[in-house]
Design a protein around this ligand. Structure first.
Ligand code: ATP
Length: 357
């Protein structure tokens, strides 16, 4: 495909912006000597659930704030539906943002909070009330609309912040770690709700998170950030199964990244490779390999029961590898391997992925 580097799905700066959706070209941002974002190119078609994933400080929030217009770009351009908005004020862009701290007005009821944004749009009082009621229903909090924000739980406040953004029917909603303050259970409930709302409303969601599982669970596509740059853009399957770089392989899930030198000695491959721990099977060291398999002799250094899985730490001629096994049975039901056992760690050849860099 024109303009797409093989394997990375990274765009060139010269690629024509989308007529429907968000396009970013050559976007950079420096804070003094810190280059927070450097040369980012992205296309996000209208209606996509797109996540920006990366470790703390990798530049995700800065890109989001530049799309919203809260931060000026040092270089590059931002296009919304084909129109260059780089120099537009935030309120001139058809964009809404939901922040992690919710930013609700404390003295206003839930209903008033949600109606607030509609006031500026010169909509009649009755219509405002009807639209706000509908948005509050959408996040399933109709029974609480008379309450003040401090009378709600964190998760409920989060949903109101979302209703307040949704009521304006933006084409684009930016969400900066909106679930960061929630406990695990509520977070998982909200992930499902957010995804349903996005699918039904067809609003483009750009979602910032450092939680790889959350990004994979919710997104159509993910951009993986590292040190101000995008390392790869792809569907959850693509970035997990075909990581373009060792950083992406290591950031998404667990990995056994083997450098070219070691791979040559261990399995006769002259390139950096990755084998996911869940694809490695441990069998008796005397077993032989099938023609479609590869394997190494290993000693079990440690094991850990993780509930759904058991983790095995392996020593392979001085190299540490990890393998996981799904606990289909209760502990002790069948005899498993224990620390000190010699095993054959094997996997299908087709499950080895080469890592370009
Ligand atoms: P997090 O997940 O922690 O929010 P992030 O990936 O969103 O991280 P950014 O907030 O975009 O990262 O920050 C990127 C870099 O820019 C960091 O090194 C940060 O310290 C720096 N930075 C961000 N905002 C400013 C600012 N206003 N002034 C100076 N440096 C800043």
């Amino acid at each position: 495909m024109a303009g797409i580097e093989s394997g990375h799905n990274l765009l060139n700066e010269g690629t024509t912006p989308l007529t429907s959706g968000v396009s970013i070209r050559g976007l950079s941002k420096s804070f003094g000597s810190v280059e927070a974002v450097s040369g980012v190119n992205l296309d996000i078609p209208q209606g996509e659930f797109f996540s920006m994933l990366g470790p703390s400080g990798s530049g995700k929030t800065t890109v989001l704030r530049m799309i919203a217009g809260f931060e000026a770009a040092s270089a590059g351009s931002i296009f919304l539906n084909g129109q260059d908005v780089t120099d537009q004020a935030p309120f001139d862009r058809e964009v809404n943002t939901v922040f992690q701290d919710y930013a609700l007005f404390p003295h206003m009821s839930i209903q008033e909070n949600v109606e607030f944004g509609l006031r500026a749009k010169k909509i009649s009082k009755e219509e405002r009330a009807a639209k706000a009621t509908e948005a509050i229903e959408q996040v399933k909090l109709g029974h609480l609309s008379d309450r003040l924000p401090h009378q709600l739980s964190g998760g409920q406040r989060q949903r109101i912040a979302l209703a307040r953004a949704l009521v304006l029917r933006p084409k684009l909603l930016l969400l900066d770690e909106p679930l960061g303050a929630l406990d695990k259970q509520l977070r998982e409930e909200m992930q499902v709700e957010l995804k349903t709302i996005q699918r039904e409303s067809k609003i483009t969601f750009i979602f910032v998170t450092h939680d790889q599982e959350e990004a994979m669970r919710m997104s159509d596509r993910i951009a993986v950030f590292n040190a101000g740059k995008i390392e790869q853009v792809g569907t959850p399957e693509e970035v997990y199964e075909r990581p373009a770089t060792s950083f992406v392989a290591g950031f998404l899930g667990s990995s056994n990244i083997i450098d070219a030198n070691s791979a040559s000695g261990l399995i006769g491959m002259q390139e950096m490779v990755n084998i996911r721990p869940e694809r490695i099977k441990l069998v008796a060291s005397s077993e032989t390999l099938g023609s479609d398999e590869q394997g190494v002799q290993a000693t079990i250094k440690d094991t850990a029961f993780l509930g759904a899985n058991t983790l095995f730490i392996l020593d392979v001629n001085g190299i540490t590898m990890i393998a996981t096994r799904v606990n289909e049975e209760l502990p002790g039901e069948t005899k498993g391997f224990v620390v000190g056992d010699r095993v054959l760690a094997k996997w299908k050849k087709s499950h080895v992925t080469s890592i370009p860099k």
